[in-house]
Design a protein around this ligand. Structure first.
Ligand code: BGC
Length: 827
């Protein structure tokens, strides 16, 4: 977009930081700007001329798939005119259908590699598989910024930094679409939290909106993404899926997007308002864009031209992907081998070593021959997160098996559960019944009415595993497993909601039970399919025994690896930043028994680590995909350098992060969430407020050391060229991610970050080798959004440029002069 005023969006987006505080009620005023679409091809125009109104409308909403592969959405084509049906599948970490697919590491782990070429490869794998598995549209990538540490989908998206997110999403889109699968960038825009995601109104000023959240979407549009998915939430008063300022003025007007916009699943709220605001397709059904749209056209509330506009957009993308020729282009076979290789490569590249005292890692000497593995996710592979990012993996090895085979025959690798996710058999019931595998026949109802005798006063958590309708279990008259509020019932997590044999799992609230007899009543229904269920428990006593066993194996081993988990899913935010359950106590106890303890975190986002000083190492592995176990073993043994760096800041505690103590910011008050931190999102906030994080953005250790020298900064076209030398000064081949941060312009009277990522380079260097690196800072990175002028303005003058290994660890600092803009230069 030019530096001259972006007239189209002027006045449309509410501007100025003061806006956040100002009362803005109701939907934004509809602008008079009429976006004129580029004329479609002759073929598309000729189809438009031949399509009936019913056929046109059938292309603008989802329907039931007569031949479903288990994907999320379907749009029937118009066979008589050669328009193919569309099958639309999630998702961000691999193709989500009923069949097996490559379960790639979570997108946040991909992002941790700081490697756009790897993002392209990741996209290529999903693109090919999507086509091979009968799909035409992928509901990915997700590029909403990581804004709050609590957000349930932080693992599904990329980063808190807009530049990094933009670079990666653009390459991923190219990778996906290069294989012939249409990419859908989502969720436009500001779906940065799951709490109240269906209703929350996100209030944001123009400057942070443009500089932060929109940058990734803009990059995806520029990379040619065929589709955009509108978010559930509202943006400045209007639902995102009927929000003209973002759907038309920005997306179409400013960015020239020519693809189509679909809703998130069930995110439509209107017919006329949505269509005229720029929404093209309702998913997954046609509540508003089906019969209601037809009626609106018939009675003149919607001009035919508006329907044609949306159909034209859908058909134009379909034409680009050769979906207007009667049948879809030939589908390739899956290449599961390539998928697995990429999954492994990404998991190794994104493995982020946060802490490493006394060279606890890589495992060396006795610690390679005598290892204790602790934790439920040490034996159950934690492959992917829950919700629409879940993929049915081709296979997944357990970390324990991977470590055993890596350690070899001569080694002793022991295991202790440490933290029990799925419970232990129920003791002391009368009359006896098979609570370890009770079958209920189809149509039958199984009931139990008896007593559970408790030996000592203790805290109990009941765990039920079931394959059908969840059995009703009453203890002393209290329902142990009542329906979960909101979407909690709908989305199961990636790990804790499913037993290793596939049964669904739920846990009761912890209950204090007194010694003696308690009444237990169960009703389990077989319904059509019959069902199998188990009822189990954990108690204070079983927990203590599990920890004691973990301590015993840790003490007996030379090195210890504790696998800790945190299970996130869309539809819900995390309620705290601590590891769930009693894992903190477990880690403390194990590390006290053996300080050569490495903690592997299979978590969605940041966690607090009160035990950090007691452990030897912390390796952040997120949800590492189907090859996660092998990648983890490779990093632990030093077969490769941990290649990842944090793409989000990790706070020290629940009260030292941008959302802390500010409910208006998060989770919102009275249905409204305010971006009152303005442009100071993520690490920018820590810098601005002088708050020390636990680990800064960009942080991640290597097994070797690097020296950074010889910084020079000089003008380069409409940007800056930053040159420096990096040398591997250690004894092993390793990875460093050189990060270039830019300081504010003295000439702009706009809010600016103290330090913002303006470029980066991932480098792999052999011991002793040096490399001269040039990183270019683009004009966009040098510019700020001026909400008074509704335009990008170049931040001229002398700007500080630092090169370092995280937002908190600059190694070299210099300055570059930014002159005035050449007229008409790009922002
Ligand atoms: C999610 C989307 C997803 C869709 C279809 C929604 O709940 O927010 O990201 O693509 O479901 O599964």
């Amino acid at each position: 977009m030019s530096d001259t005023v972006s007239r189209r969006s002027a006045l449309r987006l509410l501007g100025g930081a003061a806006m956040v505080a100002a009362a803005v009620t109701g939907p934004l005023a509809v602008s008079a700007h009429a976006y004129a679409p580029a004329p479609a091809s002759r073929k598309v125009e000729s189809l438009l001329a031949r399509l009936t109104l019913d056929e046109k409308i059938s292309l603008l909403h989802g329907a039931a798939d007569p031949n479903s592969r288990g994907q999320a959405g379907y749009v029937p084509g118009v066979p008589r005119l050669g328009i193919c049906p569309l099958r639309l599948a999630d998702g961000p970490a691999g193709v989500r259908v009923t069949a097996h697919a490559t379960a790639l590491p979570a997108p946040v782990m991909l992002a941790s590699a700081f490697d756009p070429a790897l993002a392209r490869e990741y996209g290529e794998v999903i693109g090919r598989e999507g086509r091979a598995l009968g799909q035409d549209v992928l509901l990915s990538p997700m590029v909403n910024l990581i804004r709050t540490p609590y957000a349930g989908r932080n693992f599904e998206t990329l980063s808190e930094d807009p530049l990094l997110s933009a670079d990666l999403v653009a390459e991923e889109v190219r990778g996906i679409q290069g294989q012939g699968l249409i990419a859908t960038v989502k969720h436009f825009a500001l779906n940065n939290q799951e709490k109240d995601r269906l209703t929350i109104d996100v209030r944001i000023a123009e400057q942070p909106l443009r500089e932060l959240e929109l940058r990734g979407f803009e990059a995806a549009a520029a990379a040619g993404a065929g589709a955009v998915m509108g978010a559930y939430n509202k943006v400045n008063g209007a639902f995102a899926c009927e929000n003209k300022p973002i759907l038309t003025d920005v997306l179409r007007g400013d960015w020239g997007f020519e693809g189509w916009v679909m809703t998130d699943w069930g995110a439509a709220h209107s017919t006329v308002a949505a269509l005229s605001a720029g929404l093209d397709m309702e998913m997954p059904s046609g509540d508003y864009f089906g019969d209601a749209l037809k009626a609106a056209v018939r009675d003149g509330r919607v001009p035919q031209a508006l329907v044609d506009r949306s159909v034209r957009r859908v058909l134009s993308v379909m034409e680009r992907f050769s979906l207007l020729d009667g049948s879809a282009p030939a589908r390739p076979d899956r290449d599961a081998g390539r998928g697995a290789r990429t999954a492994l490569k990404v998991a190794r590249a994104g493995a982020t070593l946060l802490h490493n005292r006394h060279s606890t890692l890589p495992l060396t000497g006795p610690a390679t021959r005598s290892i204790a593995v602790v934790g439920p996710t040490g034996s159950i592979p934690f492959v992917s997160g829950g919700g629409s990012a879940h993929v049915v993996p081709d296979h997944a090895e357990s970390p324990l098996d991977a470590l055993r085979s890596r350690a070899g025959d001569g080694a002793r690798v022991t295991y202790a559960l440490g933290e029990d996710l799925f419970g232990k058999p129920l003791p002391g019931t009368s009359p006896g019944a098979d609570f370890e595998g009770q079958h209920v026949e189809p149509g039958a109802t199984w009931t139990y009415d008896g007593t559970l005798t408790v030996a000592d006063d203790d805290e109990w958590t009941f765990v039920i595993h079931y394959s059908g309708d969840r059995p009703k279990v009453l203890l002393d008259g209290t329902d142990l497993f009542p329906p979960a509020p909101g979407l909690g019932e709908f989305f199961s997590g990636g790990l804790v909601g499913t037993a290793p044999d596939g049964l669904a799992v739920r846990r009761s609230k912890p209950l204090r039970l007194t010694a003696g007899a308690h009444r237990l009543a169960i009703t389990a229904k077989g319904r059509d399919q019959g069902q199998l269920f188990r009822l189990r428990r954990t108690t204070g006593a079983t927990r203590a025994a599990d920890v004691a066993e973990a301590v015993r194996v840790a003490r007996a081993a030379a090195g210890v690896v504790v696998f800790a988990y945190e299970d996130a899913t869309e539809g819900a935010d995390r309620t705290g930043l601590a590891l769930p359950g009693h894992q903190n106590e477990l880690i403390e106890a194990v590390a006290a028994a053996n300080p050569r303890t490495a903690v592997v975190l299979n978590t969605s986002s940041c966690t607090t680590m009160p035990w950090l000083d007691g452990v030897g190492a912390v390796l952040q592995m997120y949800y590492p995909g189907q090859e996660g176990a092998e990648a983890t073993a490779a990093v632990l043994f030093g077969d490769c350098d941990p290649g990842g760096r944090l793409t989000q800041t990790f706070p020290v505690s629940e009260d030292r992060h941008p959302m802390a103590g500010n409910p208006r910011r998060y989770p919102g008050v009275d249905g409204t969430e305010e971006y009152s931190e303005g442009i100071h999102l993520g690490y920018r906030w820590y810098e601005a407020e002088g708050v020390a994080p636990l680990f800064p953005f960009g942080h991640g250790l290597s097994y070797t050391t690097f020296a950074y020298t010889d910084l020079s900064v000089r003008p380069d076209g409409d940007g800056l060229a930053v040159r420096f030398t990096v040398r591997n000064t250690g004894a092993r081949t390793g990875i460093t991610v050189a990060q270039v941060y830019l300081g504010p312009s003295p000439d702009l009277r706009l809010d600016q970050a103290r330090r913002a990522l303006a470029g980066y380079r991932r480098l792999r260097l052999e011991p002793g080798r040096a490399q001269e690196v040039t990183v270019r800072i683009s004009r966009r990175s040098l510019s700020s959004w001026d909400s008074g002028r509704h335009a990008w303005v170049l931040g001229t003058g002398t700007r500080e440029v630092s090169v370092g290994v995280s937002a908190g660890e600059p190694r070299l600092t210099g300055h570059g002069r930014v002159g005035s803009a050449p007229a008409g230069g790009r922002g």
